[in-house]
Design a protein around this ligand. Structure first.
Ligand code: NAD
Length: 406
């Protein structure tokens, strides 16, 4: 969503959340925009750190290394982080970073130098009580470790909580690798209870970090995964796919399409997957997968948005009319930022939480977030996404009021 779209979105939410002009202006405006030119091996790379809102706590948001990064994109992502941390009720605000670079064209030494240069440019604005970056597209735990090292060298202080997504032995957290998928499962199970739905047939678009892990977790819990897909196409099994076998095939051949277990199993296209006869549909690959063209053909009763922005606004209207419950990305995939928050909290407290502890806390956090949205949703005619946004925006404004800004 571009910055222009954010204004449009806030104009729609403002009357529902009872916002006045001043409150609206606060939400529409980033608190700080930092820009720099990073010099590596004789080349210059434009870099950004955008701090949107800190009313609820230090800024939080990843750093993206990608050729398509722009100030507009980083700004819009920073805004969404403020919404996401409010939805999950984390004591954090929203920010985002980016560098316009194709990291695949850099040597490992140049990549390290770029990561360190980013910190040299922005370190005065970062820190565990100020702004806490994390990995995003093409940034890794190793990059987080280099960034932490550079920060600690400059500031001459140990501050592992200044960045999350670190390797385990550099203060990283357990459960991080499956956090997004596990958070999605918690939200899904809470919604199944509310709807009193007993059907457990699932289709999943995308078989990467989010899609494969959600397939594994749901399979373990007795759900029937009828269809999965990746960029090459999909596979369908009326009896339910053997997910550990699909995972092995994906690892060996780089695609799920080579899976064949039973006579009836067959190939399907990504379009067919979205329209298949299931109870739960999980878009976990692309944005704009569900559009006004296919929304009316969707048979699922629940859509769990693990991907960011998989449903267009036109499709949303159709799905709402069809009484399909859409669990929006800002809630459904907020398990990742929630475990990032846990990593930061462990670092601040000098603790290492167990896997069991983290999973329990994640479940409590996201079920409680789901419940408070459900409470609002069940009293309005709006869709679940709108209720999610209204609640998040109200939380941010309430924090601004308590700080005396409005
Ligand atoms: P990934 O790169 O690990 O996996 C993406 C998957 O999508 C791959 O299986 C790929 O083959 C598939 N894919 C690509 N093009 C496709 C197409 N045209 N049709 C069907 N499948 C296609 O990425 P990921 O980390 O799993 O992220 C997926 C989505 O989830 C993105 O929208 C991302 O922003 C969102 N998300 C991920 C996380 C996370 O922790 N991984 C957190 C929040 C949001």
């Amino acid at each position: 969503m571009s910055l222009a779209n954010i204004n449009h979105f806030l104009d729609k939410i403002a009357p529902l959340a009872g916002l006045n002009k001043k409150e609206l202006a606060i939400l529409e405006t980033p608190e700080h925009i930092w820009e720099a030119q990073l010099e590596v091996a004789g080349k210059t790379y434009p870099a950004f750190r955008i701090q949107w809102n800190s009313a609820r706590g230090p800024y939080k948001g990843g750093i993206r290394f990608h050729p398509d990064v722009s100030k507009d994109e980083v700004s819009s992502l920073a805004f969404w982080m403020a919404i996401k941390t409010a939805v999950a009720d984390l004591p954090l605000g929203g920010g985002k970073g980016g560098v316009i670079v194709n990291p695949k064209e850099l040597s490992p030494q140049e990549l390290e130098e770029l990561s360190r240069a980013y910190i040299r440019a922005f370190y005065p604005y970062l820190g565990s009580h100020q702004d806490i970056p994390a990995p995003d597209v093409y940034t890794t735990p190793q990059i987080m470790a280099w960034m932490l090292d550079e920060f600690e060298k400059i500031t001459k202080k140990k501050d592992p909580g200044m960045i999350t997504g670190k390797p385990l032995d550099k203060g990283g957290s357990l459960v991080r690798d499956i956090a997004t998928a596990l958070g999605g499962v918690c939200v899904l199970e809470a919604s199944l209870q509310k709807l009193k739905l007993s059907g457990r047939r699932v289709a999943i678009q995308g078989f990467g970090n989010a899609g494969m892990n959600v397939a594994k977790l749901l399979h373990e819990r007795g759900f029937k995964i009828i269809a999965v897909s990746d960029s090459k196409g999909g596979v369908y099994s009326e009896e339910g796919l053997d997910i550990p076998a699909v995972e092995k095939i994906k690892e060996k051949t780089d695609s799920v399409i080579n899976y064949h277990n039973q006579k009836e199993d067959h190939a399907i296209t990504n379009e067919e997957l979205l329209e298949s006869d299931v109870d739960i549909l999980i878009p976990a690959a692309l944005d704009n997968a569900i559009t006004k063209e296919n929304a009316s053909k969707i048979k699922a009763k629940i859509i769990l948005e693990l991907a960011n922005g998989p449903t267009t606004p036109e499709a949303d209207i159709i799905l709402h009319k069809k009484k399909i419950l859409v669990l929006p990305d800002v809630l459904a995939n907020s398990g990742g930022v929630t475990v990032s928050c846990f990593e930061w909290q462990q670092n601040l407290a000098g603790q290492k939480w167990t896997e069991e502890d983290i999973k329990k806390k994640l479940q409590q956090k996201l079920v409680s977030a789901f419940e408070s949205i459900w409470k609002l949703y069940s009293t309005t005619q709006e869709d679940f996404r709108t209720s999610t946004y209204v609640l998040a925006v109200k939380k941010i404004i309430q924090a601004e009021k308590k700080r005396g800004k409005v």
